[in-house]
Design a binder for this molecule. Structure first.
Ligand code: ATP
Ligand code: MG
Length: 442
């Protein structure tokens, strides 16, 4: 992409309304624009990152056997009356009346709708297990939308729903998602710690929130230090086998948010293993048994010919919140430092003197070769002063910067900068191509 033809509205001033660094940087880097409290337009650079996050989520959901569909944002109130949640949900639900005076709502979540889809088609235990998910915009009329996309009113969520014959198989479905979540966040370069969450009337131990430690997080969390070092399950983890050992390793050490915190149990840990910190909830998984299938009549026939309500779980990822969380975890005083798996572009190619006989051909050639190698390049071919070009590149945080100036090119050399370490080296165009191709393709 040529910067001269792109839409990258960089802000020079730090927006006053933004209280935390990720929100400030997203506004300054031209990633989002607020349209109303907690409601944002996704500008091209922001949308690119959002899509990359979605792709990782989709790949790991597929690996865990979940199947993607897409449900609408607008739902009928009648479904929610069946489950009893139409009255229970309160003011966070945006309620709408259509021209025929029918009660509709903008979905804050989809348990009712997915249960309706399930009961419409599935009749037999032979069709289980089943896990269906979508990535769709949600609306929750939060009392206090803040921190940009971190707590929006309209936000993008991945929500999966599992259907099983009994609690034991539901536990298996839960464990598969648990492992998928560990892998999903790890692929984004994030250490998300599963913490026990409230299971409400269902009881048991099958609800976890996945939390990223960050000073700006809204949750207060307590955990055992060992969780900061546990390995992420490998790509070749066999999802058909019993995943209990992996899950046990992650769920045995103490970890809880303030709601579930047990001061005595935490206090019993050795002092140097106790971590108390703040965190950002990026995912939440939950087994809720037959709550919705009972209320909405979602039953399947067993092998013995009896009918039983199906056991369900739901599994959310805050896709748009993850952008904020990623920036909270990856920035410095000059801007964002994207991990390569979610970076909007891999390389920023800076032509210090567009129109120059030395810089133009080298940049054009390199640009074409990067693109051919599947490396995404933002080519700054604009007529801007060098200082501003460097500041923009640091702000938007692409993993590598390649700078072509007449002085270096007299000796046939480009400057290659690693955004994360700040290390710079002078390389020939060919060596630049080789180095970055090796660093950016797996
Ligand atoms: P929170 O406690 O932060 O309000 P929640 O427990 O109500 O979240 P869930 O219903 O578990 O949220 O939703 C699944 C995921 O969606 C959460 O883990 C979070 O990452 C994300 N999410 C929830 N509310 C918001 C919001 N207002 N803005 C952005 N992301 C959100
Ligand atoms: Mg939650």
């Amino acid at each position: 992409m040529r910067l001269s033809r792109y839409f990258l509205p960089i802000l020079k001033e730090t927006p006053k309304e933004a209280e935390i660094v990720s929100h400030r940087l997203m506004l300054r880097a031209g990633m989002i624009r607020q349209q109303s409290a907690g409601i944002y337009s996704w500008l091209p650079l922001g949308l690119k990152v959002l899509r990359k996050i979605e792709r990782i989520v989709e790949e790991e959901q597929a690996r865990a056997g979940a199947i993607q569909l897409l449900m609408p944002t607008i739902q009928s109130a009648d479904l929610w009356r069946e489950s009893g949640r139409y009255d229970a949900y309160g003011k966070e639900m945006l309620r709408i009346t259509d021209r025929h005076e029918r009660d509709m709502l903008f979905g804050p979540t989809n348990e009712e709708m997915i249960t309706d889809i399930f009961r419409g088609y599935v009749r037999s235990y032979k069709d289980l297990p089943l896990n269906l998910y979508h990535i769709q915009w949600k609306f929750r009329d939060e009392v206090r939308p803040r921190f940009g996309v971190m707590r929006g009113r309209e936000f993008l969520m991945k929500d999966a729903y599992s259907f099983d014959l009994d609690k034991e198989s539901a536990r298996h479905a839960y464990n598969r998602m648990f492992v998928a979540y560990l892998r999903t966040f790890a692929r984004m370069g994030l250490k998300a710690i599963p913490m026990k969450a409230d299971t409400g009337p269902i009881g048991g131990d099958m609800s976890h929130e996945f939390i990223i430690l960050a000073d700006t997080g809204e949750s207060e969390v307590f955990c055992d230090k060992s969780l900061l070092e546990l390995p992420t399950p490998a790509e070749d983890t066999d999802f058909s086998s019993d995943l209990t050992p992996i899950v046990t390793e992650w769920t045995t050490p103490y970890a809880a948010t303030d709601e579930m915190h047990d001061e005595a149990a935490f206090g019993a840990l050795a002092e140097d293993t106790r971590v108390s910190a703040r965190g950002i909830e990026v995912g939440h998984i939950f087994y809720f048994g037959t709550k919705y299938s009972d209320a909405m009549g979602a039953k399947v026939a067993t092998a013995e010919g009896t009918e039983v309500p199906v056991h369900m779980g739901s599994y959310g990822v805050g896709v748009s919140r993850l952008l904020g969380a990623l920036i909270e975890a990856n920035h410095d005083e000059n801007g964002i430092v994207w991990p390569k798996s979610v970076a909007p572009f891999h390389v920023g190619l800076v032509n210090l003197k567009p129109g120059d006989d030395l810089t133009d051909p080298v940049c054009e050639d390199l640009y074409a070769k990067f693109e051919a190698a599947g490396i995404e390049v933002l080519y700054d071919d604009t007529d801007t002063r060098a200082g501003a070009k460097f500041a923009t590149m640091d702000l938007i945080g692409l993993p590598f910067q390649v700078v072509a100036g007449p002085r270096g090119l007299k000796d046939g050399l480009l400057e290659v900068k690693d955004r994360a370490t700040g290390e710079k080296e002078m390389l020939s165009p060919e060596a630049t191509l080789n180095k970055l191709t090796a660093a950016l393709t797996d």
